[in-house]
Design a protein around this ligand. Structure first.
Ligand code: 6MZ
Length: 362
């Protein structure tokens, strides 16, 4: 495990609220239990349950959203999630979250995102580079090296970029509002749009106008694609030519052909796919075929908290399930740099980070 922990890694598919620590969720549940808003013992059981169907996962998200409905809590969770990823040597994190509106507590999609950005600023354990002008204002490559050896103390650094998620329950107007917000927040590291949420809810055509607009305006797009069998939707999503897709579990022959011919990178979430029974076992997971075909792919966590995993664990699982060695996994992590939504300056810095790490690889 140490091998995978110490290796620099790139995380491109992590949902903010799904990555919250269990300990934080339990603490929040206890407080709401004391206030009589929820029954703590019922909630504790749901949070600690380890095996969940895809349907149960979305019920859990509804519960998590009850626990995290507060600006201060969003800030805290963001801070903790970034610290957790940085502590396992994730050098670039693309964190996605669904901006939420809640009139009863004066939360708008914009104030929700401000709370997320506060969380990025609140991180003290590591240096966080998230403003898009960090590079211009900084000293180039030196400003983002993995460690800063001034005063003899090594400080970790992590790049964070944000994706705003459109929930499949949303209307065209709500999706458009999210895209407009993303455009306003580009200077604080918002680089793209994700389409996620319960895959059996909503129609592709509802989100298409907002996604098209996002693309016209220069935002990058990643789509949750093929979490359930739905050939028509999968075909339309691939024809849209998103920069990346997540999961790609329930593809048929035709769809694999299309994916490969379009060369769209896939965000692979092994533990999530197995825990939700979207894929029956790692022996039949599409990672093996895509890897063999040299199709662009990247290992990701999806929801570290919900699925009790970490990016290092995902690497370890891939190593043992698919018989890959340390060098192959290092190369897999390194390849992910080419699929990040951040600009070329960030990419070239990340390449540098991997180049120096490669020299230390024995
Ligand atoms: C689809 C998922 C997901 O946005 O509140 N989400 N959507 N498939 C998945 N795989 C199992 N995991 C998470 O984070 C939680 C939200 O992310 C989406 C769901 O919409 C969930 O409500 P945020 O930070």
């Amino acid at each position: 495990m140490e091998t995978y922990q110490s290796m620099p890694k790139v995380e491109l598919h992590a949902h903010l609220n799904g990555s919250a620590r269990d300990s934080t969720l339990l603490e929040l549940a206890r407080v709401l239990g004391e206030k009589g808003v929820i029954v703590f013992s019922d909630v504790e059981h749901v949070i600690m349950k380890s095996d969940r169907s895809l349907h149960e996962v979305f019920k859990l998200f509804d519960l998590i959203h009850i626990l995290t409905t507060d600006h201060k809590i969003i800030t805290r969770i963001t801070k903790e999630v970034v610290e957790d990823f940085a502590s396992e040597n994730v050098v670039y994190l693309e964190l996605r979250t669904t901006p939420k509106k809640n009139d009863s507590i004066g939360m708008t999609k914009c104030s929700y995102m401000e709370a997320v950005i506060e969380g990025l600023k609140a991180v003290t354990a590591v240096d966080v580079a998230f403003m898009t002008h960090d590079m211009d204002a900084g000293t180039g490559v030196d400003s983002v090296l993995l460690t800063d050896t001034c005063n003899g103390t090594a400080r970790k650094k992590i790049y964070v970029r944000l994706l705003l998620s459109i929930d499949r329950r949303e209307t065209t107007e709500a999706a458009m509002e999210t895209v407009k917000l993303a455009l306003e927040l580009r200077h604080v590291g918002v680089v793209g749009i994700d389409l996620s949420g319960n895959p059996i809810v909503g129609e592709w055509t509802t989100f298409l106008p907002a996604l098209k607009f996002a693309r016209e305006q220069g935002l990058c797009i990643t789509l949750h694609c093929g979490e359930v069998p739905n050939p028509t939707e999968i075909g339309s999503m691939l024809d849209f030519l998103p920069q990346r897709i997540g999961h790609a579990c329930c593809f048929e022959e035709e769809e694999w052909k299309k994916l490969k011919s379009f060369n769209i990178p896939v965000e692979i979430c092994l533990t999530s796919n197995i825990r939700t029974n979207t894929i029956s076992s790692l022996d039949v997971h599409h990672f093996a075929d895509l890897y063999k075909a040299k199709h662009p792919l990247t290992l990701c966590t999806d929801d570290v908290g919900v699925f009790s995993t970490s990016l290092s664990s995902e690497y370890k699982i891939a190593a043992s399930a698919f018989g890959l060695g340390k060098r192959e996994l290092f190369q897999l992590a390194r390849n992910a740099v080419e699929f990040v939504f951040a600009d070329d300056l960030v990419k070239s810095d990340l390449r540098e980070i991997f180049n120096s790490a490669a020299k230390r690889l024995d």
